[in-house]
Design a protein around this ligand. Sequence first.
Ligand SMILES: NC(=O)c1ccc[n+]([C@@H]2O[C@H](COP(=O)([O-])OP(=O)(O)OC[C@H]3O[C@@H](n4cnc5c(N)ncnc54)[C@H](O)[C@@H]3O)[C@@H](O)[C@H]2O)c1
Ligand SMILES: [Zn+2]
Length: 363
Amino acid sequence: MTKTIRVGVPGASHDVVIGYDILQYLPRALRRVGVGPTIGVVTDSTVARTWLGPLRRALEASGHSVIPVVLRPGERRKTLQTVGSVCGRLLRAGVGRDGCILALGGGVIGDLAGFVAATYQRGIPVVQVPTTLLAQVDSALGGKVGVNHALGKNMIGAFHQPTLVWSDTACLRTLPRRELIGGLGEVVKYGIISDRRLFEWLESNLDRVFALSAAGLRFVVERSASIKARVVAADEREHGLRVILNHGHTVGHALEAAAGYGRLRHGEAVLLGMRIEAQIAAWMGLLSEEHRRRIVGLIDRVPVAAPRLSLARVLGHMGRDKKNRRGVMRFVLATAIGRVQVVERVDPALIADAIRASVRTRG
Ligand SMILES: NC(=O)c1ccc[n+]([C@@H]2O[C@H](COP(=O)([O-])OP(=O)(O)OC[C@H]3O[C@@H](n4cnc5c(N)ncnc54)[C@H](O)[C@@H]3O)[C@@H](O)[C@H]2O)c1
Ligand SMILES: [Zn+2]
């Protein structure tokens, strides 16, 4: 049993297929979307240990020729240098314009392999097979691909919509707990920005996600992916609606950067960011005390160990956020569970107080 979500981006509509233990059915779906016989499978060594074998066997059994490209795991590999070496592998293997890239892994692999696909021989199709919760609910959808530069994260990239997204929730069973929490941050976000039912489901069933229940994982991935698909279809290039996906991120990105990248996982920072932004919204009279309490209550049930942070550094990073418009900080604040509003002018003293109320600070 699978669920299919159609992402209606103009000129690049495609399906997101979600199901439990569905890797073996991927070749049939590839035939349907007309993917050529040669597939460069980009993955990392951790994911490859469990999931490359079954995928490769399924592809080869149906007549595909597979070129595996196994990278070392981690954000540090998401660079132009790695793009160059992946392209080298594909060129030496003779992958032509009728070939395709399959990204098997988390967001690092998806962003990197997607960027290779966007640029290799001026662009070949990419199939996203996300294996982390974050990738299944967020990064594999939307077509944003790219790599980091020494001067900033995701500074080099492109929009390249996948030909197909194949989310096998069985892959999440080998995911370390901290990675699961990273993805949960975005799931909670979807509940707050537009899905009160998802939020309420999480309030009653959070333990089912932690227990990796098959039905629980499917539910959160389906609901979350539907929301992201809808937002992306309405605003592929981030000119309007897509901004709501930044809920929790104005503060979250700053916490992540101030902690030093890697010390606080992105999703953990977003959880804290949403907690702080709920406080800001409540103090501004936009969010009722009852809804603030529920948002904070749910977030506090997800264990996040935040290091002590310099308040000045957090505020400094917020001022430099690349999502700011003409130097004005933009917040996407909850006005109720399931609803958000973009707010541009927020009293800096309020921001500082809200941060102090949620994380240990110095300075
Ligand atoms: N393109 C977008 O729209 C978008 C959105 C959000 C985040 N991102 C990017 O996503 C990246 C983060 O993604 P991530 O959190 O998935 O990190 P990741 O890709 O680094 O994966 C996290 C870790 O989990 C391991 N792993 C992956 N799948 C596994 C599995 N099934 N079982 C066991 N281990 C597994 C990986 O080897 C890695 O060590 C960042 O680079 C971020 O910039 C992109
Ligand atoms: Zn995020």
